[in-house]
Write a protein that binds this ligand. Structure first.
Ligand SMILES: [Zn+2]
Length: 328
C-alpha cells in the first residue's frame, strides 16, 4: 500500500532532486524572471472581446476598508480563501471590444504612472496589449465606466500625453457632471472622495477634454455596447451590456469589487463607495438579474480572465468562473 504522508513526500522529492542532479542537462535555460502578460479572447456573437490584465492593487487592509464590517471578519474571509491577511489584492481587468467597425477599450487600468508607482504590480495594460497584438494607436474609443483612478488613469502616459492618441474618450454623462462640479467637490467631507475629485481633474487635461464626449444610460455607446446606469459606487457609475445575435455579456465595472469578498457578501460596503447604501441596492438588483437570467458577467475586479456566472446563495451570491476556452 502507498503511504501518503507529508514526511514521505518530502523524502521522495529529495530522492528525485538527487537523481535529477546525476542526469545530463540538455535543455538548461535560466529562469525568465518576468511575470507573464495576461490576455484572454472570446466572442459574444460577432463581437470579439479581449480581456487584458492590468495587474492587481495590493492595499493594506485598513480598519474601515469594509466600512460596516470589523476587520477581523474580513481577515477571516481572506484566510478562508487562502489569501494573505491584512492585505487586499484587488485584480484589474480592462477589456478591448471589437465590433467589426470600431476598437473600443473599456476602462484603462492605472496607466504608466501606476506601473511605476507599484513597481509593475499594476499598470500592466500596455504589456498585455502588446502580447495580444493590439497597437494602442488603433484604439478608436476609450469608454470609461466611472472616474476612479484605476479606470481612467491609463488614459494618460506618465508624461501626461495621450496613451491612446487616436481615441475618442466616452464617459457617462452624470459621472462627468458630478466630478466636474465645484459645488460637489467643496461639499464633500470624505477624504477618499476628495482625492477622487483631484485625480479626475488631473487626468482630464485640455487634450483629453478636447476628445471627450458623454454618453447616456440606455443608449448604445458604440454598436453592440449599451450603457446601463448602476449608481452608488460613484454617482454616475455605468455598466455595459455587450450583445450580438442571441449572446449577451454584462460588463459590470464596479457593481462589486472582487467577487470573492463582495459578491459573496453583498451587504459589505467597500470604503471606495461614494454612496454605499445605493451601491448595495444596485448590487443586489443587478446580481439577482445576473443569477436569474444565468447571464455571463465580465467583472473589472474579478480574477483574470474575469468572466463568470453568478449563482444565488443563502446569504449572497457566488461567482462561478468560466472555464478557459482555447477556441473562440
Ligand atoms: Zn475600480
Amino acid at each position: 500500500m502507498v503511504d501518503i504522508s507529508r514526511r514521505n513526500i518530502v523524502a521522495g522529492s529529495a530522492v528525485l532532486a538527487a537523481a535529477a542532479s546525476c542526469m545530463p542537462a540538455y535543455g538548461f535555460a535560466p529562469p525568465i524572471n518576468k511575470p507573464a502578460a495576461g490576455f484572454y479572447r472570446y466572442k459574444v456573437g460577432e463581437i470579439e472581446v479581449t480581456v487584458v490584465n492590468d495587474g492587481v492593487s495590493r492595499m493594506p487592509l485598513t480598519d474601515d476598508f469594509v466600512s460596516n464590517v470589523p476587520k477581523d471578519r474580513v481577515n477571516a474571509a481572506l484566510d478562508a480563501l487562502f489569501m494573505e491577511k491584512d492585505f487586499y489584492a484587488g485584480p484589474y481587468n480592462p477589456i478591448v471590444v471589437n465590433n467589426g467597425k470600431q476598437l473600443a477599450l473599456i476602462d484603462t487600468g492605472t496607466g504608466e504612472l501606476g506601473f511605476k508607482g507599484s513597481n509593475g504590480l499594476n499598470g500592466r495594460l500596455m504589456l498585455g496589449l502588446a502580447a495580444a497584438g493590439i497597437d494602442p494607436a488603433t484604439i478608436d474609443v476609450v469608454i470609461a465606466s466611472h472616474y476612479h483612478g484605476d479606470h481612467i488613469n491609463g488614459i494618460l502616459k506618465a508624461d501626461n500625453t495621450l496613451a491612446f492618441p487616436n481615441a475618442e474618450i466616452l464617459v457617462p454623462e452624470p459621472e462627468h457632471k458630478f466630478w466636474m462640479d465645484d459645488g460637489e467637490m467643496s461639499r464633500t467631507t470624505n477624504p477618499r472622495v476628495e482625492a477622487g475629485f483631484r485625480n479626475a481633474r488631473r487626468v482630464l487635461t485640455p487634450e483629453v477634454l478636447k476628445r471627450l464626449r458623454t454618453y447616456q444610460t440606455g443608449k448604445e455607446v458604440i454598436a453592440g455596447v449599451t450603457a446601463l446606469s448602476s449608481p452608488g459606487h460613484t454617482p454616475g457609475h455605468h455598466s455595459h451590456i455587450i450583445s450580438s445575435g442571441n449572446k449577451t455579456v454584462f460588463a459590470q465595472a464596479d457593481v462589486t469589487h472582487a467577487p470573492f469578498l463582495f459578491a459573496r457578501n453583498p451587504g459589505w460596503h467597500i470604503a471606495l463607495d461614494v454612496d454605499p447604501v445605493m451601491a448595495e441596492a444596485t448590487r443586489r438588483k443587478i446580481y439577482d438579474m445576473l443569477a436569474a437570467d444565468r447571464m455571463t458577467v465580465q467583472g473589472f475586479h474579478y480574477p483574470f480572465p474575469a468572466v463568470a456566472h453568478i449563482e444565488k446563495t443563502s446569504n449572497g451570491y457566488r461567482e462561478v468562473m468560466v472555464q478557459w476556452s482555447p477556441v473562440l
